[in-house]
Ligand binder design. Structure first.
Ligand code: PEP
Ligand code: MG
Length: 779
């Protein structure tokens, strides 16, 4: 390797690959550019990308730099050669003398006889291998762990490009299966149906209750606003225009739709999070897809009007998505319709359905598309009900993030609801009451009143400290996962974030976010709590948290298996990228790094070593970060409890993760309802462990906090104070209750409860004692 380190090179290459992806929209062109770039940056003689064919056992060479150009297209079985081995063992294959490897096989067409060293890294889509990135050198070169990490990260990036391209490709193939005539008949039929069902009459159509799927909790009572579709859904009588004019109209409309999509991505990014806004990024990819554009242009060339051509192609895509087995992909029909509608709106120069609401309204629609949600008047929309769609629909995800109560999939809704209807939308139960009678209305008005009262009580207490009557102050921070939780946490008066579970933004994606993308998310969390502590926990995947795009071996005992910190330490490429991202964000606030599932001092020292290297790298690059960033560990494994004194010397703080600590201490799966009765936070072993950790931290002058669910119960918080803890991180809606309890007791009372409980020998007696204490304290 030349002067730069493997990781630095890899990361620089990654940044360039991101730029390449943005610039090109053709898979082949992108892959060709990637192999050239990687070969150059890694100083390798050969770099190739092989993709796995649909049969799952044939690998095809798709792009190469260094092998004969004629060899592109050659195939090999996964059972042969080192590239096949990378697929078979779902892992990296590296050797400095390939011909000596037992799996080596010489492929004549590639003319690779002079190549000695081999590094093959497979990449995956939803746990299934889809290809291999291969780097080869003529000389015997031992690939360092850092180089392997770098190539692995690049392979991840490639997997997302290939997945997206494959998706579009599979749609194309499915389209071709359909005869043109059948598609035409389908389309006409569909238009007929739309015309019938899409228009409710203007009068009140009656009353009653309809049920659908509650997709966003809460309830709303109010008048409706019916969302009518623009002309794009109806049959449009197009004026005959010369083909060239139609083509230019289409190109203009496409550009407008693109700009509009970028605008919506930005708007959603501001209102919600980048992850939520990513929906529009995928729309952008389709709007820029050459195949999609070509299909429409071809139809226009054949004399079909621009409007019809767009609708026809979009319908073919929709039909292809509808036939997909995967429910998530099936839901992408709505995205495709949305894209089509945006182009058609641009063609018509219309924006019919984007009316401003004069007062609060419940939105009624046949189906809500992501752009409908993006542009709606969020301050005035109090509820949503639609005929189509379900939990997975992007519009549903957005409604939840915006906190708008919503029910989707209400059959017959538009026939029953008129412009003067009044509705109750209950997003919890999935019920929609049309013109509800006074009793139902009264009930919902009561619920609303209670809710408002609670809100007011909450607001009163929000800015007060969690301080006992004898002056002991406790910190109450929030556990958050999605960026939308930030607002909830602020609303409930959280004094910072004690646990930011970073796996959530990773979960809502189709590939690993890069360091800059991650840093932008972490920065948002920090900016949500200026001057207050924010603990960003590194990836805690495995167990019950899987990433669709991260290959995870099938394990007998996933919670005892390859999870959490173990994955981060085995996959340094991913870990370093995350550390760099957190460090980059750390300049924007009071940031702490927290590591999950630590079992001993060795792990902490190794983490600290890696962190120092990443800091050094950022320093070299002139990047700003907080050099004093706090280091915390989760104490959630019994081993960590036993060596807590040793660990306390290594870190700045502990955060006790009782959700896991209980399961590991009591050998009791936290998700298995059958063993629920054994999963007991009051087991003396659990409480003694907490006490031991609190003492170890205090002895070393460090802070111990607790971020498991257990702290959300007021009586538990009091008990935990009695065990020595002064900081809790909890689900934000529990903060006011816990604060109220702390403000109503004295530290002396909490200490007495703690001491008594520590002397008890059974969970049952502890439970009974705490129930009585709760009553006595009026909690
Ligand atoms: C815990 O284990 O207590 C914890 C807070 O982490 P998680 O629930 O994310 O495993
Ligand atoms: Mg945990």
């Amino acid at each position: 390797m030349p002067e730069e380190t493997g990781e630095r090179l890899g990361l620089r290459t990654l940044e360039d690959i991101s730029a390449l992806i943005l610039q090109s929209h053709d898979l082949q062109e992108t892959l060709d550019n990637i192999v050239n770039l990687v070969a150059k940056r890694m100083s390798s003689d050969v770099c190739s990308i092989y993709l796995l064919e649909e049969d799952g056992e044939t690998l095809r060479l798709h792009a190469t730099r260094g092998l004969s150009r004629l060899s592109v297209g050659i195939t090999m079985k996964t059972s042969e050669g080192l590239t096949g081995l990378a697929i078979e063992q779902r892992g990296v294959v590296a050797t400095d003398n390939a011909p000596l490897h037992p799996r080596y096989k010489y492929f004549r067409q590639t003319k690779e006889e002079k190549v000695l060293s081999f590094l093959g890294v497979p990449f995956f889509e939803r746990n299934n291998p889809i290809g291999v990135l291969v780097v080869q050198n003529r000389e015997a070169r031992t690939f360092t762990a850092q180089e392997i990490s770098a190539v692995s990260t690049i392979a991840w990036q490639i997997s997302s490009i290939v997945s997206n391209a494959k998706l579009l490709d599979s749609i194309r193939k499915k389209e071709e299966e359909r005869a043109f005539y059948a598609a035409e008949v389908d389309r006409l039929k569909k238009n007929g149906v739309l015309k019938d069902a899409g228009r409710p009459s203007r009068k009140n159509q009656g009353s009653g209750v309809l049920t659908g799927i509650g997709i966003s909790p809460g309830f709303a009572l109010g008048k409706v606003s019916i969302l009518h579709r623009g002309a794009s859904e109806e049959t449009v009588v197009e004026r005959a225009r010369p083909r060239a004019e139609e083509l230019s109209r289409f190109m203009h409309a496409l550009e407008k739709a693109r700009i509009h999509t970028i605008y919506m991505e930005k708007r959603m990014g501001e209102i919600l999070s980048e992850a939520d806004a990513a929906i529009f990024h995928s729309h952008l990819m389709i709007l820029e897809d050459r195949g999609f554009i070509r299909k429409i242009s071809t139809l226009i060339d054949e004399g079909v009007g621009a409007h019809r051509a767009v609708n026809q192609v979009v319908e073919d895509y929709v039909a292809a998505f509808a036939r997909m087995e995967d429910p998530y992909l099936r839901e992408r029909c709505a995205d495709m319709e949305d894209i089509g509608r945006r182009i058609c709106d641009a063609l018509n120069g219309s924006s019919k359905n984007r009316e401003r609401l004069r007062d609060n309204r419940i939105i009624i629609a046949r189906e809500l598309l992501p752009s409908d949600v993006a542009i709606m008047d969020h301050g005035k929309v109090i509820g949503i009900a639609t005929e189509r769609g379900n939990q997975n629909a992007h519009a549903a995800i957005m409604a939840r993030a915006l906190g708008i109560p919503a029910v989707f999939g209400v059959e017959g809704l538009l026939k029953k609801v008129g412009v003067r209807s009044e509705l109750v939308v209950d997003g919890n139960s999935g019920c929609v009451y049309i013109n509800p009678d006074h009793r139902i209305k009264r009930e919902y008005v009561r619920l609303q009143g209670e809710f408002d009262l609670k809100q007011r009580a909450l607001e009163e207490i929000r800015d007060l400290p969690a301080q006992t009557t004898d002056g002991c102050t406790v910190s109450l921070l929030a556990n958050i996962g999605l960026l939308s939780d930030l607002r909830v946490a602020q609303l409930h008066g959280a004094q910072g974030v004690g646990l930011y579970r970073t796996e959530f933004p990773f979960m809502s994606r189709t590939s690993f976010p890069g360091r800059l993308e991650q840093a932008a998310i972490y920065r948002k969390v920090l900016e949500g709590f200026p001057g207050l502590p924010v603990s960003i926990r590194t990836l805690d995947i495995g167990g019950d948290k899987e990433l669709s795009y991260f290959p995870h071996p099938k394990e007998e005992n996933p919670f005892l298996g390859w999870r959490s910190m173990r994955i981060s330490l085995d996959r340094e490429d991913i870990f370093r990228e995350q550390l760099a991202a957190v460090l980059l964000a750390s300049a924007s606030g009071k940031c702490n790094l927290m590591f999950p599932m630590i079992s001993g001092v060795d792990e902490v020292r190794r983490i600290k070593g890696i962190l120092e290297q990443v800091k050094e790298e950022l320093r070299r690059d002139g990047k700003a970060f907080d050099p004093e960033i706090g280091l915390g560990i989760m104490v959630e494994v019994p081993a960590a409890v036993l060596v807590a004194e040793m660990l306390a010397k290594e870190v700045d703080y502990f955060s006790i993760g009782t959700n896991d600590l209980i399961q590991y201490t009591l050998a009791c799966d936290r998700n298995n309802p059958r063993v629920k009765k054994w999963y007991d936070p009051y087991h003396p072993a659990v409480l003694q462990s907490i006490k031991k950790v609190a003492d170890a931290a205090a002895g070393a002058g460090k802070q111990a906090s607790l971020c498991g669910e257990m702290a959300g119960e007021p009586i538990n918080a009091v008990l935990l104070m009695g065990l020595g803890l002064r900081s809790f991180s909890l689900s934000a809606p529990n903060i006011p209750r816990v604060k109220e309890a702390i403000r109503s007791i004295s530290l002396a009372q909490a200490n007495e409860i703690g001491e008594r409980v520590l002397r008890m020998e059974s969970a049952q007696s502890i439970r009974s004692y705490l129930e009585a204490a709760q009553r006595d304290l009026g909690l």
